[in-house]
Design a protein around this ligand. Structure first.
Ligand SMILES: [Zn+2]
Ligand SMILES: [Zn+2]
Length: 225
């Protein structure tokens, strides 16, 4: 296999620890050099609400979210949005290179080892799916058992083309299609998204789940914060 980022041949041999852990093996898809280009968030030192890197307590954006009539969300992100990640997102979502979907598969599987938790991806709206031909969030989180409980209606303008103020004003466009009984089988629901920017999208998704009658805890995980 070749490195998803630089294309050099990968010599992957599972480590002894990986072999004896009895966990499903997820092959490395990036070479060591390319892995180092991405900036992992120190989970012991990030905003307790949104997972933003290098924050003590709660960041200013999250203080604002707390004052609004919105569900409190505990998000954690794997990587910061540094140059390497911006470039990766552009290649994956902008250009639409679907081969890149498993670039972080092993990180995702390790990061999301949670019991009694339903993983609910924030799926793409139909219009974007038709344009791109694939759903970037489903591709990214494919190694997890996903439950497609949220449907996103077509919005007028994609989030990526909006500034911060416009993003925050975006109206709710998620609908929960799961029944209360189905959701009640899980203590927690973990929403999954590729990128946490303002938090508007994830808060809407959480609200849709709660409005549909879910009584457990809703948390979220994003590849990038
Ligand atoms: Zn590489
Ligand atoms: Zn925060």
């Amino acid at each position: 296999m070749n490195c998803r980022r630089c294309g050099q041949l990968l010599f992957t041999q599972p480590s002894l620890t990986a072999l004896i852990s009895l966990r499903p093996l997820v092959k490395a898809t990036l070479c060591n050099q390319c892995r180092q280009a991405f900036d992992r968030i120190d989970q012991a030192h990030c905003c307790q609400d949104c997972g933003r890197a290098d924050v003590d307590g709660r960041c200013r954006d999250c203080m604002r979210w707390r004052k609004m009539d919105e569900p409190v969300l505990q998000n954690r992100g794997l990587f910061t949005y540094n140059d390497a990640m911006k470039d990766w997102i552009e290649r994956y979502k902008g250009i639409g290179d679907y081969n890149l979907r498993d670039s972080f598969a092993s990180d995702i599987v390790q990061f999301m080892q949670m019991r009694g938790c339903a993983f609910v991806p924030l799926t793409t709206e139909a219009g974007h799916f038709a344009e791109r031909g694939f759903d970037p969030v489903l591709g990214l989180f494919a190694p997890l058992p996903l439950r497609e409980w949220l449907v996103k209606d077509n919005t007028q303008m994609p989030q990526a083309k909006k500034n911060r103020a416009a993003r925050l004003k975006t109206p709710q466009s998620f609908r929960c299609v799961a029944t209360k009984e189905e959701m009640a089988k899980f203590d927690r629901i973990c929403l999954l998204d590729d990128l946490y920017t303002t938090g508007r999208t994830l808060h809407h998704a959480a609200a849709a789940i709660l409005t549909a009658g879910y009584k457990g805890k809703v948390i979220s995980r994003s590849l990038i914060r």
